[in-house]
Design a protein around this ligand. Structure first.
Ligand SMILES: Cc1ncc(C[n+]2csc(CCOP(=O)(O)OP(=O)(O)O)c2C)c(N)n1
Ligand code: SF4
Length: 345
């Protein structure tokens, strides 16, 4: 009797997981960044996003190389070190129909790119901003970055004595409307957060601890794989229900909190030990301060605000993306610009 081999699984667009993959990675074997890439591929596949609707953006660093390893058919721009936010802002202003994902490193964001990061967060530019946070500059061979914890040591034994920048606390303070922290070694949580970030309209910051196995995975590092696993304190177990899934799935009995996303999707948060409300900005700040004081590393959805207008709505732009707007409709029009130029001769 003839047997049929089952075909590859497909998502709601009829695409396979392979359709969301990129070039083979050239990073060190075991790098946390590659684990994150795998979850980005899965999240876009599960959400059934058309790859050509995605804009991948990055700066410079091992982390900033990773957009080459997912979504081959998406648009991509690899910018100068720390300058990805300006490019991302321009991209989204020109074409709001794109889904933007920026991948950065802790050096790229918290050191050279800090000024750009600050303004992207306060503008609430609609995009996913993912920091692959390993506490060091991986590409330039392991110097401390600004997110390294006090007392953390380099491979050589040199200790860091400067206080770390907490990117989540900074993002909440600056006005980002979705702030989460995760770990490259927790695929289930990371996929749920990525999917929720995709459904969110505004800046979704994902600060993901991603151990650098070559320069920051030794005893004495607080961002090694073992340390992250030991210190990790999940705020809640997370589930994400996209708007296209059956709605019954949302009703889970017990101490469950459901956050409604603007597109009808739901994030369900099942509290573990603490009663946590991710919609309170002051509560998010207090929780972050408390956990860093205790040396814990909190993961989960820390803050979300679905009401805050994103940068494009705040600017009151026309519905049609600027990228497709015919010249006749652009203001100031050509005749006005010609007159201005003439007056400057
Ligand atoms: C303007 C500029 N300054 C410095 C560098 C050198 N440089 C390249 S990558 C990098 C840091 C990368 O660290 P991080 O963003 O944490 O990414 P990782 O490699 O750890 O993923 C630096 C300082 C550069 N390329 N350009
Ligand atoms: S140097 Fe570190 S961050 Fe860079 S690829 Fe290797 S393990 Fe990853």
């Amino acid at each position: 009797m003839a047997t049929t081999t089952p075909g590859p699984q497909t998502n709601r667009l009829g695409l396979t997981l392979n359709d969301y993959k990129g070039a083979p990675s050239t990073l060190c074997a075991g790098c946390g960044h590659d684990a994150i890439t795998g979850q980005i591929v899965r999240a876009f596949y599960e959400m059934g996003v058309e790859p050509h609707r995605v804009a991948k953006l990055s700066g410079i660093g091992c982390s900033s190389k990773t957009p080459a390893y997912f979504l081959n058919k998406a648009h991509g721009f690899n910018s100068v070190h720390g300058r990805m936010p300006a490019i991302a802002t321009g991209t989204m202003l020109a074409n709001r129909q794109l889904i933007a994902i920026g991948v950065s490193g802790d050096g790229d964001t918290a050191s050279i790119g800090m000024g750009q990061f600050v303004h992207l967060m306060r503008r609430n530019v609609p995009m996913i901003y993912l920091v692959e946070n390993n506490g060091v500059y991986g590409l330039t061979k392991g110097q401390f970055s600004a997110t390294a914890d006090i007392g953390s040591t380099l491979k050589t034994g040199v200790a860091n004595d400067l206080p770390p920048v907490d990117l989540c606390a900074l993002a909440v303070q600056l006005g980002a409307s979705f702030v989460a922290r995760s770990f490259s070694g927790d695929p289930k949580q990371l996929v749920a957060l990525l999917e929720a970030a995709m459904a969110h309209r505004g800046t979704a910051l994902l600060d993901v601890i991603s151990p650098c196995v070559t320069f920051n995975n030794h005893e004495g590092s607080t961002k090694s794989y073992t340390a992250a696993k030991e210190l990790d304190m999940p705020l809640h177990t997370l589930g994400f229900i996209p708007a296209f899934s059956p709605i019954e799935a949302e009703i889970v009995p017990g101490e469950t909190r459901v956050v409604d996303m603007h597109d009808g999707s739901k994030v369900t948060l099942k509290n573990l030990s603490r009663d946590y409300d991710p919609t309170s900005r002051a509560g998010a700040m207090a929780t972050l301060m408390e956990s860093s004081g205790k040396g814990e590393f909190l993961t989960g959805l820390i803050y979300v605000n679905e009401q805050q207008p994103d940068f494009i709505s705040a600017l009151n732009l026309v519905d049609e993306p600027l990228a497709t707007l015919p010249e006749a409709k652009v203001r100031p029009g050509k005749d006005v610009l010609d007159k201005v130029m003439e007056s400057l001769r």
